[in-house]
Design a protein around this ligand. Structure first.
Ligand SMILES: [Zn+2]
Length: 183
């Protein structure tokens, strides 16, 4: 019996939905050679009777620690992040403060942050992306918030940012919140 990603209670009862012949992941799509051995899976969508979180009862994909963004950022995305950072920094008077982006990929958004008078740091699980970020002169460490004991180099920080990793929050929910409060 699977347990809820958030509250750890057992997922019981009838699933909300059963989806047959689903792809096993949204990344690492099999090529022509491997597709003949690729098989769809059955997904059971449950709602936790204890906390109401809707979730599949299967294991997460193997790459869930890695940030996956579609092709860096566009000028539109740059302008959006710039305006968000400007609003955040000016509204809360965050000049000269330390920012951490958890799951920073290759530093697309940390690069935008460099345009402001703040200190930007990032952590990213995927080694290739960490290397790319460092070639841009960004302060990025390889790591992932596995649990509440995770230490991020450079902590404590004043501002916490996360753009893509938040979509995976329920996979590592307890550790995510513990580090949010401890750093
Ligand atoms: Zn639950």
């Amino acid at each position: 019996m699977s347990k809820c990603l958030a509250c750890k209670e057992e997922l019981v009862g009838t699933p909300l939905m059963v989806l047959d012949n689903m792809p096993t992941s949204a990344q690492n799509i099999p090529d022509a050679e491997h597709v003949k051995n690729d098989r769809g899976i059955r997904l059971h969508l449950y709602q936790c009777s204890h906390c109401a979180l809707v979730q599949f009862d299967c294991e997460p994909v193997t790459y869930y620690r890695d940030v996956i963004r579609s092709g860096g950022y566009s000028t539109t995305m740059h302008d959006l992040r710039y305006s968000q950072y400007k609003h955040l920094i000016e509204t809360y008077h965050l000049e000269n403060k330390k920012f951490i982006e958890v799951g920073c990929g290759q530093g697309e958004f940390l690069s935008v942050l460099k345009e402001f008078p703040v200190e930007g740091f990032g952590i990213e699980h995927k080694e290739d992306l960490v290397k790319l970020a460092r070639t841009k002169g960004l302060n990025v460490e390889q790591g992932f918030v596995e649990d509440g004991k995770t230490k991020i180099v450079g902590a404590p920080f004043d501002v916490f940012l996360s753009f893509n990793s938040i979509s995976l929050i329920f996979i590592f929910l307890p550790s995510f919140f513990s580090i949010s409060f401890k750093i």
